[in-house]
Design a binder for this molecule. Sequence first.
Ligand SMILES: [Zn+2]
Length: 414
Amino acid sequence: MPLDPSRTVAELKELRELTGNEDGAQRVAWTDTWVRAQEWMASKLDGTGARMEFDQARNQWWTLPGRSDRELVIGGHLDSVPNGGWLDGALNVVAGSEVLRRIAEEGGPPVTVRLVSWADEEGARFGRSLFGSSAAAGSMRDQDELRSLVDRDGVSLPDAIGAHGVDLDGATDARSQLANAASYLELHIEQGPVLESIGLPLGAVLGTFGVERHRVVWRGQAAHAGSTPMDQRRDALAGAARLELEIREIAKRVGGGAVCTMGGVDTKPGIVTSVVETAECLLDQRHLDATQLAEMLSNAEAASRRFAQEENIEVEFERIWNIEPILFDEQLIGFADEAIRDVSGQSHRLPSGPLHDAAEVSRSGVPTVMVFVQSLRGLSHTKLEDTKEEHLELSVQALDRLASKTIERVAAAA
Ligand SMILES: [Zn+2]
C-alpha cells in the first residue's frame, strides 16, 4: 500500500482513546500507560518486517535493513506530560511508522531505515527531560544527579526506571544505537503560534535556541512602609521591576527571534508593611545565535548594575542552567524546504524555542533536521493542543518526501 496519511490521523485518535482521559494524554514515562502506548505501537508495526527492540535506556527501535548499513533514523516520543496533548511527540512516532511501512512495502531500501521512540523526552515525572536521547547521544553526564531524583510519591528515578528494566549506569550503553546513523529526521507540532500567524501549515526548523537561565538576586533593606520616606528607600523590588521591563527592550534590540522571560519573582519579607529587602527573579533568555545570546546576557547584566546603582541596592547573577544553540544540518534544512514546498506550495524557516530529542542527536554529530506542523492557537502541554487534520496529513507527506530525499543522500555517500 502507498503512503496513507489518513491512517496516521486515525491511529493517533486510537492512541488518544487508549492512553488518554477527559483531562488529556496520560502517557507519562515510566508508567503502565506509557508501556501500553509502546505495546500498541509495536502491534501496529507487526508484520512489516521491521525488527523491534528496546535499548539500554528503554528507547524503542524498529529497524528495516537496507542494502547499506548506513542509517536514516526517524524519531519521536510516545511519552507525554500529565494531562498533555494528543500530538506532542506521538505525531512524530506514528507518522514515522507510516513512512517506515511505506518503505517496507516498496522493499529493499538502499540504506537501513530506523524509527525510534525516545524514552522520557518530557521529564514530567523527575524533572529531567530528554532522558533516552541524551543516553543515546552520549551527553548524559549527570548520573549522580539523576540518582538523587525523586518523584512526587517518593519513588526514586533509579527505582522507577529499574521497574522497566533500565539500569542507570548501563543506560549510556544506548550510545551504540547511533553508531551508524547518517541522518536524523523529526516531525513535531510547532507548540507555538508562528506558523498559524503566517497562515502556513509547515515549516523547516533551523535549530534549537540556546538558553541562558539565571537567578538574579537583588538586595536592599527592609524598612517600615509608613516611616521610610520614598527617597530614602533601598527597595530590592524596584531593581527587579525595572529589569522585567528592560528585558523587553533587550529582546527587541537584539532581534532575530530573541526571547526573554522573567518567570518569577520571590520577595522577602513579603509583607505589606515593609519595603522589600531581597527580590530573587528567574530570568530565561533564548536565541538561535550564540553571540547574540551572549550579548543579551551582558545587556541584562549591565542594565541590572545600572539599576542597582540608581536604586542604591545590590545585584548578583547566578547561573542556573545554560545550553548552546544547536544548528541543524544546512543540506537537510534545504531538503525539508523542498519537501514542504512539494506538498503544500510554500515553506518557512523558523527556530525552535523548546528543546527536542533532535537537539541531542544533532549535538552528537548526526546531521539532523526537524519539520514543524502548525499548532492551533500555539497551545501544547494541555488537552487543548490541536492541529487541523488536513495539516497533520500534509505533515506525514512532507516527512515521507523528506525521508526519500535523505535516503538518496545517505545512499550516495555510502
Ligand atoms: Zn515533544
